[in-house]
Design a protein around this ligand. Sequence first.
Ligand code: ZN
Length: 499
Amino acid sequence: MNLAEKLIISRPLYISDSDDPKCGYCKGQKDNDNKFATEGWRDLHKDDLDTIKFQSTTVGFHTELITAEMYDKLCNLGYRRSGNFIYKTDMLRNCCRLYTIRTNKTYLKMSKELKMCLRKFKKNITSAEFKPKSHYSDWVEELCDYQSNSSTFKTVFEPALFSEEKFQLYVKYQESIHHDEGNTRDQFESFLCNSPFSEEEIMGTSEEWEQLNNWFNLKSDDVILRNGPVHECYYHNGKLIAVAVLDFFPSGISSVYFIWDPDYSKWSLGKVSALREIAILSKINRPYYYLGYYIEDCPKMNYKAKYGGEILDVCNNKYIPLSKVSPMLKNGELFVGTNQPTGALRQEIDTLSTEKVNFEENFHNAADEIYGPNGVAFETSNQSAQLLKRYGLNYDVTKTRDIYIHNDNNDKTDPHSRSRIHRFPNFVPGLVPLTEILEYFENGTIREVNRNTMIFDTRFHSIRVLKDLELENSDTKTAICDVIRLIGLNNTKNAIVII
Ligand SMILES: [Zn+2]
């Protein structure tokens, strides 16, 4: 067994924070009316809107070790990482809907704004003597030509390690752009340098870096080697002016964060970096550029639509072009696409479907049919929770269909209203439903974790192979089932779970 290929994770966490302003996106400022995931929930609560406490939720786990390949799979299940923490939100209970968005050169339409950005980039990095070609086959060739003819601008790809110069740029950027004071070296390191990848993947080989640093000279059939975290440092006349924090993995490049020198605000470096990364992607022959989360009703996050692309329907594990799905995301609602006359609940989390979505017959948003106040999810998951007790699992069986916490006394100082770690609700869009977990127990599929999944027991500081899940105590069983709900059965077989 090769430990470096294992996924080492904490038991899954469900953190909810009903102190509204904690949501980093709407800051609690959105009208309560617009925080509901579906029309059905909005209707149900139209008369007691003021007593509902909306939540900002996080579903995730800490990870000590992950391969770039596994992280790729998790990104395609809607997760992102912040340092070593891998997370997504509860798309139903959260105040905002965060959709994974990815794009590429085919999806990108060069708008006036982006063309202007490219022209400005040329002006900023090339000299007056530079003669552009009379004809470029596309904007990627154009961008490569500017960059290779610049004597003042260059970027360097390197391991995602700390340097004083990067840290100073980060502090300047956070203070000036986000009015965020008091940034420490520790915070910078845990956010933008630390990652859960192995030492080999973090450091890479000299061949990998050399190849990546010559990306604009790659031939169309060159296979790029780099996988893992990357800092791309932008220099102008030898001075560090920006750092793109990126993750490279088999299906593409994921943008983690981008910091830039506020003195260069006229350069539109944010847009330049997105264009450059899409250009790099096409030169290294990988399919997608992951821009993080798209939030339809959040100006800070919906600018991503200008690069085109597709968003992930976490319930069906399918990507749908933004152009097709936009009308169904109005007011940032939950979207669950289906061609079924009524929504089906079964979610395939282990295998990513490449099947094309047929938009013609019956295609509609089934979020309310499944997760609404009268949707099928409540009944089926509650029944399954009841039946799973037979197998020693302790999921709650609840009588109330409501998913919201009511704040009747309106006491903002209530300590319980702050950030809390909860048990997982019985149904969360994008997690393996309890009906499927029940099926695993009934048909014996659950035994596939035996002799595959490993447990790091913090009470004894020992690591052991999970011999027989059914013989474990209820707490361990539930923790393993929660892992399956989050990442699927196959990925769980490869995991070492810290309990
Ligand atoms: Zn929000």
